[in-house]
Design a protein around this ligand. Structure first.
Ligand SMILES: Cc1cc2nc3c(=O)[nH]c(=O)nc-3n(C[C@H](O)[C@H](O)[C@H](O)COP(=O)(O)OP(=O)(O)OC[C@H]3O[C@@H](n4cnc5c(N)ncnc54)[C@H](O)[C@@H]3O)c2cc1C
Length: 264
């Protein structure tokens, strides 16, 4: 069985105040870049499935050269191989073009029985790459996966999280799963893994390697555009220290204030 995990490199949201929103398109974001936190669950699930089914697992990322670091982290966690898809022609790619590049790479790498993605990215946040990828690969799409119950006989059974419960679904392989955070507890990279990742040869494939034309990538191949991009307005916060002679008195005053403000 062949498994692919899709890994995006995103800014560390803890550094959001530092992000220069006007330079996001130019890739000069001004924050530390990390593995998209949702994709850590995808990597972990890919690894668990590969251990259980003795499968190969490959991490693929569309991004600039610096996104190699996200792939090195994936290798340090245990992924067997990694591929970076990087080309100036992919700049200003929307979710569809990103999915197109990923699908072309998966096909070039010999296909996949299972593709595991995160639920969404913490920056672009469209949640559309996974479903577009499934469509382009002609694979079944399973979203909100919280448990892989079984993979056998050319099909997969998963539990999906619904608003008011869970459902168990069976689908034929190949399938693309987008996984939710409840699915597992991502492992930390091991010391040996970090050493292996530092030496790992990670190929970079260009648009030409993927056999895609100029009309299929970048702005030309995109179907959506960023009209505007701005940070939410800073919240005005007021701090009040509750004073009282004893903790009990302070708690009573706090309770009165919360009730008066209809917080509780
Ligand atoms: C017109 C336009 C121009 C843009 N220009 C730029 C630009 O110049 N530079 C830039 O950085 N972004 C740009 N973006 C944003 C970029 O297109 C999206 O971030 C990207 O398509 C992924 O979509 P998403 O972040 O919504 O991912 P989601 O759909 O929310 O991600 C779902 C899952 O798909 C997988 N995935 C998503 N993206 C990738 C990836 N890149 N590699 C591997 N797996 C992935 C991950 O597993 C992820 O958890 C642009 C977007 C638009 C619409």
């Amino acid at each position: 069985m062949k498994i692919v995990v899709c890994v995006k490199q995103t800014p560390d949201t803890a550094e959001l105040p530092k992000v220069n929103i006007n330079q996001v398109k130019a890739g000069e974001i001004g924050a530390t870049m990390i593995v998209n936190p949702w994709d850590e669950f995808a990597i972990e699930e890919g690894l668990l499935l590969s251990e259980k089914h003795r499968a190969d697992v490959t991490a693929i990322c569309v991004g600039p050269t610096q996104a190699l670091e996200a792939l090195r982290t994936s290798v340090a966690m245990g992924v067997g191989s990694a591929i970076l898809l990087s080309d100036p022609a992919l700049v200003e790619a929307d979710a569809l073009v990103t999915a197109r590049a990923l699908a072309a790479a998966i096909n070039k790498a010999g296909g996949a029985d299972l593709v595991v993605t995160g639920k969404q990215s913490v920056d672009g946040n469209s949640g559309q790459v996974s479903v577009a990828l499934a469509r382009l690969l002609g694979a079944n799409f399973l979203s909100g996966v919280v448990k892989v119950v079984d993979v056998s006989g050319g099909q997969i059974t998963v539990e999906r999280s619904l608003e008011e419960g869970k459902e168990t679904v069976t689908a034929k392989l190949p399938a693309v799963l987008s996984v939710a955070r409840e699915i597992n507890e991502p492992r930390y990279p091991s010391f040996m893994g970090i050493r292996k990742a530092a030496k790992a040869a990670i190929p970079t494939w260009t648009v030409a390697d993927l056999g895609l034309s100029a009309a299929q990538v970048g702005k030309a191949g995109s179907v959506s555009d960023w009209i505007d991009l701005r940070k939410p307005p800073a919240r005005a916060a007021q701090v009040e220290i509750i004073k009282g002679d004893t903790p009990e008195q302070q708690a009573a005053i706090l309770m009165d204030r919360l009730l008066a403000d209809k917080v509780i």
